[in-house]
Design a protein around this ligand. Structure first.
Ligand SMILES: [Zn+2]
Ligand SMILES: [Zn+2]
Length: 154
């Protein structure tokens, strides 16, 4: 959980560099898992789309192929690393809390019954739903402590 003093915590430039370096392998692993899952889904869609035109439909007749594809996608999703902040140890994949994950400003407008959270600084709508990667924004900054963890965003 978030401790009160972490909200105002400031990282020195050396801290930021050290923590970013610490997080880089996790980010790389996370990206790999995302790419594998997306490729698996694309191949599956391609199989579904072309199966009816094939004399030997891959998914219908080669049941194992479909199963392997599902297995690859499931493994990529389930074994993806948690996006734990190297600075404050909170899960950055939680709903946006204080800091905007896109621009890093401490100006997140919390989610309401009718709408998603949003950022008052960059204006982004920070949709976050249940399940894996069910969010429509990239994580560049930790939403709990504001540490910049990735340039491109995850
Ligand atoms: Zn923002
Ligand atoms: Zn953090």
């Amino acid at each position: 959980m978030t401790e009160p003093d972490q909200q105002t915590k400031r990282y020195s430039p050396e801290d930021v560099r050290r923590l970013q370096a610490e997080f880089a392998p996790v980010a790389a692993r996370y990206r790999r898992h995302t790419v594998i899952a997306l490729c698996g889904i694309l191949v599956l869609i391609a199989c579904i789309a072309t199966d009816r035109f094939l004399s030997r439909p891959i998914l219908k007749e080669e049941f194992g192929t479909g199963l392997i594809l599902f297995g690859i996608i499931a493994a990529a999703v389930l074994l993806a690393p948690d996006l734990t902040c190297p600075g404050c140890s909170n899960d950055m994949d939680d709903e946006p809390a204080d800091y905007c994950p896109e621009c890093g400003a401490c100006s997140v407008q919390p989610r309401t019954t009718f709408g998603s959270a949003s950022c008052r600084t960059c204006g982004k709508t920070l949709y976050h739903g249940p399940g894996y990667k069910n969010r429509r924004y990239k994580i560049r900054f930790c939403t709990y402590c504001g540490l910049k963890v990735d340039d491109k965003g995850l």
